[in-house]
Design a binder for this molecule. Sequence first.
Ligand code: SAM
Length: 273
Amino acid sequence: MEEKGKINGVAAMAACYQGFDPAAYLQYNYTPPRADFERKDSIVPWKLACLHRAFTEGDVNGELLVDIGSGPTLYQVLSGCEVFNKVLLTDFLEVNRQELRGWLQGEGGCNLDWTPYLQHVCKLEGRRPSAWPEKAAKLREVITDIVPVDVHCPQPLALDALPSAGADCLVSCFCLESVSPDLAAFTRALGHIGRLLRPGGHLLLIGALGESYYFGGPGVKIPVVPLNEAQVCASLQESGYTLIRLEVYTLPQDMRVGVDDVTGVFFVKARKE
Ligand code: SAM
């Protein structure tokens, strides 16, 4: 009975995602005011700064970085692509994998211009913003594939997607809490993705705090597990991670633009035990 409930909850989430619209999602979350590179208190520059710091502290690097639930976005691997030889992007939906393939193949027709993002991360790295084409080329060089993922499966990726040793690092942004029907499923998903990581490897996790829904497109209301910091820490511990750092961002009033009810964002750097 309990097992049936788990399957129903997960199936209901999967059904919600059938209406996900990459273009609308990018517009809602990855344009100003949420992505205003002139403002220090804008949400995207905050996320990029957290990722830049984590990937340049010296302890996070290696052969393979895997991004879990990439969606239609690339910002989360703009720093990591400099310290890993290979980057694997993953998403549950073909429409999102298609969006990422469009950028990778440079065909044009992408729903978002990533140039300001590339320029901003170049600046964080102490390079000229005009070096952005080199960063774009580097990213295209290291992305090895874009593959399906399901964090509710004990084995979230196809068996041959990773080397047997596992990944050296996982990054995952706004995925687990926005695809899980409840806190228990969120914690289980953390455990499932941990199986993709080698012991001692790092997890960089960004997610929403206090969020109960977001719009994945016009009229596509997707439920989210509302999390607080204590729950995030407890779930990490329960799933076999040691917390290194937790940072929290509180959304300024004008960043609450009606596309969700998020109140804050957490950034976690953790290590698999
Ligand atoms: N990482 C992106 C970001 O930072 O904006 C996208 C996050 S979006 C809120 C959640 C993503 O989770 C979507 O791209 C969706 O397709 C994906 N997703 C939905 N169900 C999933 C599942 N069962 N396993 C993994 N990812 C899933």
